[in-house]
Design a protein around this ligand. Sequence first.
Ligand code: WA2
Length: 267
Amino acid sequence: NADINKRKNDILASMCDERARMLQDQFAVSMKHVHAFAILISTFHHRKQPSAMNQKTFAEYAARTSFEKPLVSGVSYAQRVLHAEREQFERQQGWSIKNMETNKTSSEQDEYAPVIFTQETVSYIASLDMMSGKEDGENILRARASGRAVLTSPFRLLNSTHLGVVLTFAVYKTDLPPDSSPEERIQATAGYLGGAFDVESLVKNLLRQLAGNQAITVNVYDMTNSSVPLRMYGPEVIDDEIPHVSTLDFGDPVRKHEMRCRYNQRK
Ligand code: WA2
């Protein structure tokens, strides 16, 4: 009996590790392609005078390369606009900067991050000031000060009932040496390239393709605060059976994640 139990636990462990590795790999690939979008914006929008990028070109390129980012439901670009530049920016764009919560014209702020380019799949965030949302705003500040890929905690994405996370890369006006200070980085910031990971639906699709999918329940948690696990994927757990835990690394050293797998009710 002990042998049978050990065998069952080994199978669960290998199924869980396989799933965690697949998810982590697809996440890494998606992240690389979101990074490539930040370079695209830098090259064709900020380093060309006049800009060689516009909404139509961005949307077309995003749609045609979406196969490269299997876990991303949509990419978009928010430009950094200081209050002193707001009036001219709004006149040039022909629309006003909107608050994310109210969807109305933004009140006066020191600076804004209005979305100027979007993949069609997330077109509803166009003209929204992404600094006006808690998770997006925190991501923007952390991305530009660090120069690294940063992730939000899991939250309900806009226009969606699904849980997801947003990945952000800052785009800088000039090349910065790797040892730049946060102040230098903030100063040089031109905008923010982001990708929305619809974890709920995209991870479900990923897991569905695997053998043995029916036998186990998979959860993904944000464990950044280890005493408060935040559920990122999978059903609420009522079963108190001890799960197998597989490690997950999504590339943002500030965030910790893990996968937990359990056998479904068995006789
Ligand atoms: N993109 C898509 N859906 C969302 C979302 C988002 N943020 N936030 C909430 N729902 C322009 O990091 C910069 C994208 C934010 C980028």
